[in-house]
Design a protein around this ligand. Structure first.
Ligand SMILES: [Zn+2]
Ligand SMILES: [Zn+2]
Length: 137
């Protein structure tokens, strides 16, 4: 029996299940992923020979294919959350780690495109940490 992983978007319109295993988990710092996520990097798991099933809301899912590149992004039309994409090239499924509701089963394999790292990510170890939203003082 293959392992099953479940995920959903923020608004809950879309739910999916992936049947299979993740071979790699990349934190991509390229400029496209910065635009795409609005953050420092994408966090994508890759599953070969796996089956992606939309349990709910498939009609809400749009896939954007960036011109002249392999960069694709699937997202919920209602809330904009990133969702899995089935690649046309090699039959693998790309799953954004944050979209999973079941535990992420592997640790990141590597950071990639670090030459494009946003300059504000350089000294994050020195930034104060709060368990939750800090009190306004
Ligand atoms: Zn949504
Ligand atoms: Zn990238």
């Amino acid at each position: 029996m293959p392992n099953k992983h479940q995920g959903s978007c923020l608004c809950g319109s879309v739910k999916y299940e992936l049947s299979g295993d993740f071979q790699s988990f990349f934190l991509c710092h390229c400029s496209r992923c910065q635009k795409d996520t609005g953050s420092a990097h994408a966090a994508n798991l890759f599953a070969k020979a796996s089956i992606l099933t939309w349990l709910k809301g498939e009609a809400e899912v749009t896939t954007y294919q960036h011109q002249n590149s392999l960069h694709t992004k699937s997202f919920c039309q209602k809330c904009g959350s990133t969702l899995p994409t089935a690649t046309k090239t090699d039959n693998s499924i790309i799953v954004p780690a944050g979209s999973l509701d079941s535990p992420v089963p592997i640790s990141p394999t590597a950071k990639i495109f670090v030459s494009s790292c946003a300059n504000w990510t350089k000294n994050l170890d020195n930034v104060p940490n709060y368990e939750e939203l800090p009190e306004q003082t």
